[in-house]
Every structure is written in structure tokens, then in C-alpha cells.
Design a protein around this ligand. Structure first.
Ligand code: PEP
Length: 255
């Protein structure tokens, strides 16, 4: 089964408009014309405009890091799907563990966002993953299944192909502790099996499942070589052009 790898950078709350444009200029210069791997950058909302100008005419895509499910209205500090589209975004990260932990986002709320994103031609990158406590209590697969089923409720078999899943063990995010390729593959295979049960095997085989959690050039090749790992959602290593470009090249080399 050939699935196109996705390397997506989650810049979190980093970079001004100018810094973001400089970073993405280097990415576009190095890997912006290749089409073997889908390259996505997710800057803060205030940086979308400057980045969109730089990626125009290249194959680099852009996404938001969050959105609100409402069309518009009294939601101070929030941003809608239409606003993201209006700024040339084609992806949106939803359900990141930092949103779940610091902003109390529930599976039900994340599910509303997933459906609204899809209705607005935004591809959701739906994040799932267990905490260290949950892993130690051997609850990893239960937690991931609950987040997956909850996040995808009401998403049709036609729509699921536009969804990207990111497995991000919370204990590996920003900690330098990366899941072993075997640990990651076990959960990725479980996610694909769960998608087969929710939809069917042919549909599940097409969905890209990314690994996220301290992925960097030194550990990427082994992770990306796993059968059910179709790319990476990258935090820290996405803030430096050389490491992000190396990660994209590592994915290209897997083809
Ligand atoms: C993330 O937050 O999505 C992430 C994977 O971060 P890091 O690569 O820094 O662990």
C-alpha cells in the first residue's frame, strides 16, 4: 500500500511574521518543488499571511494549529475554519495534547471541529496519544481508541481519506524521549486496525498516520521505516530549517 508521507511542522507559539517567512523560504528553497512527500507547516495565526506569500507556487502546504467549530460570533480569541481557508490553509491540527491539557478540550468538542474542518475543505490532523501514567497503567490502547472513536464520530467513509491521524504519546512531546519504533508501530497498527473496524480495510489502508514526539533527523529513519508510520508531526525540530529539511529528506529516502 503506497501512502504519501506527510512531514508536518507544528511551530506552536514561536516565530514572528518575519522569522516565519525566513524559515519557510529555506524550506521552499530546499524541498518546495518535490512532490514525493507532502510538506506542511503550521505557524501561529499571526504568521499565516507572511508564510502564505512565501509558499505560493510551491508544493509546501500550510495549516492552522487549532480552530473553533462555530461559523462566527462571540468567541473571543478564537478563529474559524473560514478564516483559516481565507488565509490559504489547507490543514488544521486538532486535539493536540497541549490543547487537551491546558485548554480542557474534550473528544466531543474536538469532534465538532473535525466535522466543521471537513465541511470547509480543511484536512484535520487529529492528534491522539496517552500520558506516561496511562502507558504505565497499560491503558495506552484504550485511551487511543477512545480519542479516535470520539474524534471521528459522524465522519463518513468518504471524508476519512481527508483526515490525517497523528499518534503523539504525551510523554514523548518536547521531552527528548522518543517512542521506540516498536512502541510506535504497535500503536499505529492498532489505529489502522481500529479504522478498519470503524470503516473498512480499504479505507483504513489509505489513511496517513503520523508519529509525533521528539522526532528529529537522528531518529526519523527508523520510525519512518515502520509499516504503519506515514510521516511525522514535528514540534521542536520544525523550528530549525536544517533539521526540518533533513526530516523531509529522510521521508523522501523511504520511498
Ligand atoms: C508536537 O507537539 O506535536 C511535537 C511532536 O513536539 P516535539 O516534536 O517537540 O516533541
Amino acid at each position: 500500500m503506497s501512502r504519501k508521507y506527510v512531514i508536518a511542522g507544528n511551530w506552536k507559539m514561536n516565530k514572528t511574521s518575519e522569522e516565519g517567512a525566513d524559515l519557510v523560504k529555506e524550506i521552499v528553497g530546499a524541498v518546495g518543488q518535490q512532490s514525493d512527500v507532502e510538506v506542511v507547516v503550521c505557524p501561529p495565526f499571526t504568521v499565516l499571511e507572511s508564510v502564505s506569500r512565501v509558499i505560493e507556487g510551491s508544493n509546501v502546504k500550510m495549516g492552522g494549529q487549532n480552530m473553533h467549530p462555530a461559523v462566527s460570533g462571540a468567541y473571543t480569541g478564537e478563529i474559524s475554519a473560514e478564516m483559516l481557508r481565507n488565509h490559504f490553509s489547507s490543514y488544521v491540527i486538532l486535539g493536540h495534547s497541549e490543547r487537551r491539557a491546558y485548554f480542557a478540550e474534550t473528544d466531543d468538542f474536538i469532534n465538532q471541529k473535525v466535522k466543521v474542518a471537513l465541511e470547509n475543505q480543511l484536512r484535520p490532523i487529529l492528534c491522539v496519544g496517552e500520558t506516561l501514567e496511562e502507558r504505565e497503567a497499560e491503558k495506552t490502547l484504550d485511551v487511543v481508541k477512545t480519542q479516535l472513536v470520539g474524534g471521528l464520530a459522524g465522519v463518513s467513509a468518504e471524508q476519512i481519506g481527508s483526515v490525517v491521524i497523528a499518534y503523539e504519546p504525551v510523554w514523548a512531546i518536547g521531552t527528548g524521549k522518543v517512542a521506540t519504533p516498536e512502541q510506535a508501530q504497535e500503536v499505529h497498527a492498532f489505529i489502522r486496525q481500529s479504522l478498519s473496524e470503524l470503516y473498512d480495510k480499504a479505507v483504513a489502508d489509505k489513511v496517513r498516520i503520523l508519529y509525533g514526539g521528539s522526532m528529529k533527523p537522528g531518529n526519523a529513519a527508523e520510525l519512518l521505516a515502520q509499516e504503519d508510520i506515514d510521516g511525522g508531526l514535528i514540534g521542536g525540530a520544525a523550528l530549525d530549517s536544517n533539521s526540518f529539511i533533513d526530516l523531509v529528506k529522510s521521508a523522501i529516502a523511504q520511498d
